[in-house]
Design a protein around this ligand. Structure first.
Ligand code: B3K
Ligand code: ZN
Length: 875
């Protein structure tokens, strides 16, 4: 339907017309919803351009221009545009246009625009979904005030919601009723929302720092009220945090969140009316895991923070997406770090970056955080724009310091409130606030790929001078022939203690922490006062999203693990050590692992760190994290290497793993999340040894099948089930049966059940997958459910996804082909593991590529998939 021509950042032009006010009247009906859209338009400047409005999947009923019907010969209509030539427009700069259209929400399985989620109506307009509701200037720099009247059946849809404040409501004949909303803040149409349904409502309030009372309302499916408490508390915490940290206060009298089951992504920050995937709202300890709780809090915060970074100040065009997303992810990460352990939060963010974003940045869809060419905008809600975008903001924060950063935020809002701006505008505000020249820093917005930093060290014993030389290289490719040196903050720690003797090697007897600013291709720094060579801990706090070309021997890594003050460096050194074994074992399955590793694991387990941190320390790099550090990956050898290492640790450290498992079980409510995290990592090791597998069964019983229901816990249940599935333990099928019987009515928990089913490490997996697809509760129309089988298999079952027959790749491609017809956006996300085929060894590459070619030949190939397949299959 949409244009098949890409758009370019360089082609940005301001709009020829703008819209001041929008008066919408929407009469809801399943297959024929009527939309009356009254616009006040103003010509921008002196020109004779046509008015060109976007519109897709709309049935046009009528057009009225300045109160006169506009007849068909006076405009042009095609599948994506409504064009009113200048000759048909009235004299003068301002005019009104009333557009009446009809749409079919029930048929809308793409879940963009207005659609049905179960029995409720809801909308998703970002990026370009409003054009599926009415003809409009669907671009973020056109900002209007919206008045929205929603009409629907009173029994089926007692709640009729839209943005802003409720200004009118009433009953109508035929059991219909209406509510009218007015949003005083001008906004782009991507922030428009409408919801209609029959919900349970959780109400609370928040008093802002200036003393205004804001009504907080969370709408959930009937029967789920108790599960919304955590979301409500998270919202209140987010509101308080943004006031304390950035002085940002909420602006409307009401903040509403609606949880729906059918949603393409996590949530959406529509002004005053967030729509959420129910996965990021509903929780109680019986049915949600600790990471569900964490994620709910983070996503609630993220959407709330958008009210300022995104809504009050928005993007000039979609190429600037990271302006709001990178910044808002940075803000939610800081918030999570403040609410929980900042060290563990940072580690978890870095794991995501290294395992998924680095792969994206090395694959065919690699793009700068501000892309320059886009065919389907929805393809650019990426780990690069979000997570690397947040790293770029974090680097800025590191370079100018917390106070200047705050000052820069104040400048940004003072200058741009109510406007649609660019990433450069943001950086300029930061530069003005700090007095720092950020010209070179801006290259992070236009260059793509993960830079590699090469590290060289020298030590002169005679002078006690330690010299560090760093060189940077961004990828050189056809798309990026001559990458420039970036401005990279590199935090280092020079450790002055010997691992073995604990003797000081520095006259001051303190570790030295430095912030180096790498701005050239190669740069050297010298540090004096050492009696022997210090040990280098690179990239404290992971100060930049880069890869290191730096090999450190076991002794140096053990020194960093033990003596670095920076917790990230302590963790990272341990991961490097583990990774070096994984690498050796991938190339040589008989490689002999040093028993020193067991000592290291034992001392981590007995170390004084907090238990959530220890859990991160002893967790092996995931398949994807390890793959990200390799080339020509032999996936099966890598899978076996990780399994071998895991078994080696389980055997060698079993006593301490068991002791830790038991110790964590005995702790009460205090730090229960950290205790469960560590306990369950121990269990995953122990489950590899037959003599401890009874622990898995015991834990499942206690957590999922307990006489005392208050003792039941989803984190522990799922951890036990995951062990059963990974090791394919004999109890697995009984446990899965029990779980299904217990939870068949709870959608979100059944998603977990499907995901476990898809990740069983068993030669029967393809039969199992087909059975799951035929399960009465399976449907590709619900994105969570679709992902619970398809993504869970492709992401969590590497042994069979990469099996050498190619069946795993074929399974994924077949599901994508079906999904292309139902929901192109979800189909396009699912294709990620296949388009990264070039990182794998030749035999796998060929099998994956064959599937991509088949997909490329599909009839009705969506733009979403086409853009990725074209990129993947070029040359
Ligand atoms: N802004 C939305 C994402 C919209 C995705 C459109 N395909 C949610 C968020 O980032 O907060
Ligand atoms: Zn966002």
């Amino acid at each position: 339907m949409s244009s098949t021509e890409p758009r370019f950042l360089a082609d940005y032009r301001p709009a020829d017309f703008t819209i001041n006010t929008v008066n919408l009247s929407i009469e809801l009906a399943d297959t024929s919803t009527k939309v009356i859209n009254e616009l006040e338009l103003v010509k921008q400047g002196d020109h004779q351009q046509a008015l060109v409005l976007n519109g897709e999947h709309l049935t046009l009923i009528s057009l009225v221009l300045n109160d006169q019907p506009l007849h068909a010969e006076l405009y042009q209509l095609n599948d994506t545009l409504l064009t009113i030539p200048a000759s048909s427009l009235p004299e003068g700069d301002s005019f009104t246009l009333i557009i009446t259209t009809e749409i079919n929400p029930l048929e809308n399985t793409a879940l963009e625009g207005l659609f049905k989620s179960g029995d409720a109506f809801c909308t998703q307009c970002e990026a370009e979904g409003f054009r599926r509701i009415s003809y409009y200037l669907d671009r973020p720099d056109v900002m209007a005030t919206f008045t929205t009247k929603v009409t629907a059946d009173k029994t089926l849809y007692p709640f009729l919601l839209s943005n802003g404040n409720k200004i009118d409501s009433g009953d109508l004949p035929g059991n219909q009723h209406f509510v009218t909303w007015y949003d005083p803040f001008p906004k782009p149409c991507y922030l428009f929302a409408l919801v209609a349904g029959n919900f349970d409502l959780l109400e609370d309030k928040f008093t802002t720092m200036s003393g205004r009372e804001v009504a907080l309302e969370i709408f959930v499916d009937k029967g789920n009220l108790a599960k919304a408490e955590h979301a409500m508390v998270s919202l209140q915490k987010s509101m308080a945090w943004d006031e304390q940290t950035f002085g940002l206060e909420y602006d409307l009298d009401i903040y509403m969140i609606v949880a729906v089951d059918f949603f393409n992504m996590g949530a959406m920050e529509n002004k005053g009316l967030n729509v959420f995937n129910s996965k990021f709202v509903l929780a109680d300890s019986q049915c949600a895991t600790d990471s569900d709780y964490f994620n709910i809090e983070a996503v609630i915060a993220h959407e709330y923070f958008h009210n300022w970074t995104g809504n009050r100040v928005t993007c000039r065009d979609w190429f600037q997406l990271s302006l709001k997303e990178g910044l808002t992810v940075f803000r939610d990460q800081q918030f999570s770090g403040d609410m929980h352990s900042s060290a563990v939060t940072r580690i978890q963010n870095v794991r995501v970056l290294r395992s998924l974003q680095f792969a994206e940045d090395a694959g065919p869809m690699a793009h700068p955080i501000r892309p320059e060419k886009v065919l389907e905008m929805n393809n650019f809600y990426t780990l690069t724009v979000y997570e690397k975008g947040a790293e770029v903001i974090r680097m800025l924060h590191t370079l100018i310091g917390v106070e200047n950063f705050r000052k820069g935020m104040d400048f940004y809002f003072a200058r741009f409130d109510g406007m649609a701006v660019t990433c450069d505008d943001f950086i300029n505000a930061m530069s003005d606030a700090s007095g720092k020249d950020l010209t070179q820093f801006k290259l992070w917005y236009s260059q793509y790929g993960t830079p590699v930093i090469k590290v060289a060290q020298a030590f002169d014993a005679a002078t006690g001078i330690y010299t560090l030389t760093l060189s940077q290289q961004s990828p050189v490719t056809k798309k990026q022939e001559n990458p420039q040196a970036l401005h990279i903050p590199i935090k280092i720690e020079l450790i002055n203690k010997d691992f073995d003797t604990n003797a000081s090697v520095n006259t001051s007897n303190l570790n030295q922490t430095k912030l180096l600013e790498l701005t050239q291709d190669t740069q050297t720094w010298s540090f004096s006062g050492f009696s022997q060579q210090p040990t280098l801990a690179m990239l404290a706090d992971f100060s930049a999203p880069v890869k290191l070309d730096f090999s450190q021997d076991e002794t140096a890594l053990l020194t960093v693990m033990k003596n670095a003050e920076n917790s990230f460096c302590r963790w990272d050194a341990g991961q490097k050590l583990l990774m070096s074994y994984i690498q050796h074992l991938t190339f040589d399955a008989d490689y002999v692992i040093s028993p020193a590793l067991i000592d290291a694991i034992n001392s981590m387990l007995m170390g004084g760190e907090d238990r959530a941190f220890i859990a991160e320390q002893i967790s092996l790099p995931s398949f994807d994290e390890a793959a990200g550090l390799m080339i020509d990956i032999e996936p099966l050898a890598l899978f076996d290497a990780i399994s071998t290492l895991s078994l080696f640790i389980a055997q060698g450290a079993q006593q301490q793993l068991l002791a830790t498992y038991q110790a964590c079980q005995q702790v009460g409510e205090e730090d229960c999340v950290a205790n469960r995290a560590l306990k369950n990592v121990c269990l995953s090791y122990l489950s590899r040894l037959p003599e401890y597998q009874y622990l898995v069964a015991e834990q499942y019983q206690q957590a999922a099948n307990n006489n005392d229901i208050t003792q039941e816990n989803m984190t522990d249940t799922l951890a036990a089930l995951t062990c059963s599935a990974k090791v394919n333990l004999p109890d697995l099928s009984e446990q899965l049966q029990h779980f299904e019987n217990k939870w068949h009515d709870t959608t979100l928990v059944m998603d977990k059940w499907f995901a476990i089913g898809a990740s069983i490490v068993s030669d029967d997996i393809f039969t199992q997958l087909n059975d799951l697809l035929k399960h009465p509760q399976f449907t590709l129309k619900n994105p969570n459910r679709a992902r619970s089988i398809i993504s869970a298999f492709a992401m969590n079952n590497p042994k069979y996804f990469h099996c050498k027959t190619g069946k795993g790749y074929q399974f994924l491609a077949q599901q994508i082909a079906k999904m292309n017809e139902i929901n192109p956006q979800v189909a396009s996300r699912l294709v990620t593991p296949l388009i990264q085929y070039k990182s794998f060894a030749t035999a796998h590459q060929q099998l994956m590529k064959a599937e991509l070619i088949t997909l490329h030949a599909l009839p009705n190939l969506s733009n979403d998939l086409k853009e990725k397949l074209d990129a993947a299959l070029i040359d």
